[in-house]
Design a protein around this ligand. Structure first.
Ligand SMILES: Nc1ncnc2c1ncn2[C@@H]1O[C@H](COP(=O)(O)OP(=O)(O)OP(=O)(O)O)[C@@H](O)[C@H]1O
Ligand SMILES: [Mg+2]
Length: 307
């Protein structure tokens, strides 16, 4: 395959990962350590970003994500969610403000080091995938982090297993349907075992089994102490899997807090302004006096008590 045949995102991925190969001893060792490497803190300091056509996508975003936090970003279409996370791996650079990892401006972090610390699964998998075999796609990142042979095979097998794509290891990525290509894009990021895992709309288009895989990936990464940031329009997935929720509106952070506070009744006007519906349990919980994250058991018990 020539570079002319690569989809739009592939050269960026290749550049980042190929550059990682150049610092094999540093980046490779860190990545091999995987979840044992403590994640760096993340700080957005008054970050603004405009696309070349003048579209102002982010305006003065400030937020901090502590090591090991599990955070969802929600908001209406075009509110700047994808633009925000693309600042994290250097795909996009702020036009004003700074993005810091453990206090260092990511502009000063070598692209190889960044690739070993932040893994981003794109919203559109076709901007990320470029290999002609599923296993090669997933093995590309680990190989360029300096791993070889059985180490790569182990990572490929584990990542494919995590997303339920083991049977497709020898398939061409474009022979997979869209939802599976999305899981493949996630697997190729998982195989990097970065301390920060960023998933842009991982559940979109997934059936119940795919959503279960995504949930397990998030839970597994969280249990390993990795930082997880996921963008989603699926409020149930968000409410059930993410202790912290950030709501974006018009390129700004509209709400940022625990899921209990963000989905609590006091926040509903702000959620509605961002074209978001609180999840059903939050609505039921408010009506039944159970708070914004009631368990199914509590809801059923409260409904029975009212009969
Ligand atoms: N490459 C681009 N060139 C110009 N404008 C862009 C580009 N990508 C995104 N935008 C614009 O920037 C703004 C923020 O887009 P972004 O993709 O970050 O939103 P989002 O919250 O991820 O939306 P969605 O939920 O639809 O994925 C929107 O107005 C969008 O149209
Ligand atoms: Mg997006």
């Amino acid at each position: 395959m020539t570079s002319a045949e690569f989809p739009a995102g592939a050269p960026a991925k290749m550049a980042a990962v190929a550059a990682a190969a150049g610092t094999r001893s540093a980046a490779g060792t860190r990545a091999a350590a995987g979840p044992k490497t403590p994640p760096p803190s993340i700080e957005f300091e008054s970050v603004s970003f405009a696309y070349p056509d003048g579209t102002q996508a982010l305006s003065g975003v400030s937020l901090r994500v502590e090591p090991g936090e599990v955070v969802a970003i929600v908001g209406q279409n075009g509110s700047g969610k994808s633009t925000l996370v693309k600042q994290l791996n250097g795909l996009l650079r702020p036009v004003a403000g700074r993005v810091l990892l453990d206090g260092s401006d990511i502009r000063s972090i070598h692209v190889a080091r960044l690739a070993a610390r932040v893994g981003l699964a794109f919203q559109n998998p076709d901007r990320q995938l470029f290999a002609n075999r599923v296993s090669a796609e997933v093995g590309f990142g680990p190989r360029n982090l300096g791993l070889r042979g059985a180490d790569i095979a182990e990572r490929v097998a584990a990542a494919l297993d995590a997303v339920g794509l083991s049977p497709a290891a020898e398939t061409h990525p474009y022979d997979l349907g869209y939802s599976k290509r999305k899981l493949l894009a996630m697997a190729s990021v998982l195989a990097m075992r970065t301390p920060i895992l960023v998933l842009d709309e991982p559940t979109t288009g997934q059936d119940a089994r795919g959503v279960a895989s995504v949930r397990a990936v998030v839970a597994g990464a969280a249990a390993e102490g990795r930082t997880v940031i996921a963008i989603s329009h699926d409020m149930r997935f968000v409410a059930e899997c993410f202790p912290r929720v950030i709501v974006m509106r018009g390129g700004r952070v509209a709400l940022d807090g625990t899921r209990e506070s963000v989905f609590g009744e006091a926040s509903w006007p702000e959620l509605h302004a961002a074209y978001l519906e609180p999840p059903l349990p939050a609505v039921l919980g408010a009506r039944l006096g159970l708070g914004s994250t009631p368990t199914e058991v509590a809801v059923v018990a409260a409904l029975r008590a009212r009969q």
